[in-house]
Design a protein around this ligand. Structure first.
Ligand code: CA
Ligand code: CA
Length: 283
């Protein structure tokens, strides 16, 4: 009986010690958007599986922008804007009855929250945490901070940190901030031109991604071939390369006419098929 009690104590202690390894982790990463375009969606993923009962979500692009003056602060610098945030639909909180709330937002700062009101209610922090929609109209180049922690540092009570409310850990803050950059559509390797090097990257990571379950954490990302930021590398990304084939930072240098798009897509998909064929021989 004493041995059994001792065994349970060891089990309880090991469970407690295991908690930090399960803590929710968010890596914003270096994200890429195309120039002069609204409605570009970026997903923020969370991993670790910690049971959580709510989310206080803060996001900031650049220094917060000119609208900081609405908070009584010195106005900041313009940058691409956040036009929509969703921390419920398609996220880890999708199935709960409670609604998200937009607590306060300006174009470069978003503050949202959601809480599970059901007693003891929780969901595992593993999957999509939030989807943000961006507008890069007016921008053809640039890189800006993409912060989920340290938001509005000069605001009274700030800075604000995104926080997953845990049922077991009072405060989680395992978050890495990232950046937002403008890049040429289809330019996976960021060398300023869409060509066979980008098609090769696409082929290398074909059918890879968080949605397929063969990539964890932040996913393969833009530089891995996920050119539409949907969490997977597939024919939609191949189409982006085909449509922008030979595109460079200087649009006047493009020599490929628009009607060639369909045949270019065939070329990109053939490159993918050629890359995959020898690998499958070993399966
Ligand atoms: Ca390239
Ligand atoms: Ca994709």
């Amino acid at each position: 009986m004493l041995m059994l009690k001792y065994k349970y104590l060891i089990l309880a202690a090991s469970t407690l010690l295991a908690i930090p390894a399960q803590a929710a982790t968010i890596d914003v990463g270096n994200r890429f958007l195309i120039p002069n375009k609204a409605d570009q969606v970026v997903r923020i993923m969370v991993s670790g599986g910690e049971q959580v009962s709510g989310l206080n979500f803060f996001a900031q692009i650049g220094d917060g922008g000119p609208e900081l003056s609405e908070f009584g602060l010195d106005p900041g610098t313009p940058a691409p804007t956040i036009t929509a945030v969703d921390i419920k639909s398609g996220t880890i909180f999708d199935g709960i009855p409670d609604d998200q709330s937009n607590d306060y937002s300006i174009p470069q700062v978003a503050m949202y929250s959601i809480a599970i009101t059901e007693p003891e209610g929780s969901v595992p922090a593993d999957g999509v945490l939030a989807t943000l929609t961006f507008d890069t109209t007016g921008y053809t180049t640039g890189t800006w901070d993409f912060l989920l922690t340290g938001v509005l540092p000069d605001f009274p009570g700030g800075p604000f940190d995104t926080e997953l409310v845990s049922t077991r850990i009072p405060e989680l803050n395992n978050i890495q901030n990232g950046t937002i950059s403008i890049a040429i559509a289809g330019d996976c390797n960021l060398d300023g031109r869409v060509d066979e090097k980008d098609a090769t990257i696409l082929a290398t990571n074909w059918k890879m991604g968080t949605i397929y379950g063969n990539v964890v954490g932040g996913g393969v990302g833009w530089t891995g071939g996920d050119l539409n930021n949907d969490g997977r590398v597939n024919n939609l990304d191949a189409e982006i390369i085909a449509v922008n084939w030979m595109q460079t930072a200087d649009p006047a240098a493009v020599s490929v006419p628009e009607p060639a798009t369909a045949s270019l897509l065939s070329i990109v998909l053939l490159a993918v098929a050629a890359f995959l064929r020898p690998r499958r021989k070993h399966c």
